[in-house]
Design a protein around this ligand. Structure first.
Ligand code: FAD
Length: 295
């Protein structure tokens, strides 16, 4: 199919882009186009104006320091994934980006665009939520920072207003002693997952002190569950992993859709929860170069 007719603007300064977004009332930002263009072609979206941000300066940087990683609105998935400093400061970024679509889509799609698009089946909205990151948005009225907790108010919905441009995203550095892992099940390599889970496991002296898990393609919005109470013993033993999976499933309401039944998603969430927590714990121990305590 072909898109409905639209006007096209390619501003060359941020000020110009914000002015156009602020006055149009019917504009959509075009970043990598990997989600928006299919939506236009299927006529699921029909904005009067596309504001192409690919000519804007200053939005292609990845900045890392000891506190975290900030990446601009034009940083492509592939660039962020290949950034060695970003992978060192927050390793979950590269791990999760490796599961996003195919290489050709990662070469063009932007990570900020994916977060703003807010697909509950996408990896990076869930990663932002799990890590407790934030998005900086700009409009003619100024800039504001939106925390991940409030960034996904509903299905396929983000808190970016139509007159705003998301200029960058920020995620905190991996804490000392922590480890991360992510895994998912998809019908084919590169497809959106039927269920995906990531975990951040905190340790002290090899003992587990905290566990958080993030879920994609399970609920209507990317969802994070604190599973720390299942690990009072400090180890990722079978009993604790079972308790964590029970706790997670008590907090999730798996969706039924044409891709998978709620019952199948429940089973996937259980299996992946156990698997990623174990892997994140191993990752923490590897990073610390320590052995875990004997169960
Ligand atoms: C075949 C296929 C398979 C895919 N598989 C996956 C997958 O497995 N996992 C996954 O996560 N993604 C997948 N994607 C989507 C891909 O990751 C996109 O890159 C991503 O969803 C959107 O990024 P984009 O830069 O292309 O945004 P666009 O398509 O340009 O925009 C998407 C939406 O976000 C808005 N937007 C974008 N940038 C900004 C901004 N800076 N400020 C304000 N609004 C903005 C747009 O207005 C639009 O509403 C797939 C896409 C395709 C075509």
């Amino acid at each position: 199919m072909k898109p409905a007719p639209f006007s096209y603007a390619r501003p060359t300064t941020l000020e110009e882009a914000l002015e156009v977004l602020g006055t149009s009332g019917d504009a959509k930002v075009l970043a990598g186009g990997q989600s928006l263009v299919p939506l236009l072609s299927m006529r699921l979206a029909a904005p009067g104006l596309l504001v192409d941000i690919n000519g804007l300066p200053g939005l292609s940087q990845v900045d890392c320091d000891s506190r975290g990683v900030r990446f601009g609105a034009l940083v492509r998935h592939a660039e962020l994934m290949a950034d060695a400093d970003a992978a060192r400061v927050q390793p979950l970024l590269a791990k999760a980006l490796g599961l996003v679509a195919h290489g050709t889509i990662r070469n063009r799609g932007t990570t900020v665009g994916s977060i703003v698009h807010a697909d509950p089946a996408a990896e990076m909205p869930m990663v932002l939520r799990l890590l407790g990151g934030s998005i900086t948005v700009a409009s003619t009225g100024g800039t504001r920072e939106i925390g991940a907790e409030e960034f996904f108010p509903g299905p396929m919905e983000s808190s970016v207003r139509t007159d705003e441009l998301a200029v960058s995203a920020w995620v905190p550095a991996l804490a000392d002693g922590a480890g991360v892992a992510v895994d998912e099940v998809a019908r084919r390599h590169g497809d959106y997952a039927l269920c995906g889970v990531a975990a951040v496991v905190g340790t002290e002296g090899g003992r587990i002190t905290s566990v958080r898990a993030g879920y994609l393609s399970v609920c209507e919005v990317p969802t994070v569950v604190d599973l720390s109470e299942a690990f009072a013993a400090g180890t990722a033993d079978e009993e604790s992993l079972d308790a964590a999976a029970d706790l997670a499933l008590g907090a999730l309401e798996p969706e039924d859709d044409i891709h998978a039944s709620a019952a199948y998603r429940t089973q996937l969430a259980r299996t992946l929860t156990r698997r990623v927590i174990r892997a994140a714990h191993d990752d923490a121990l590897d990073r610390a170069g320590k052995e875990g305590p004997t169960p």
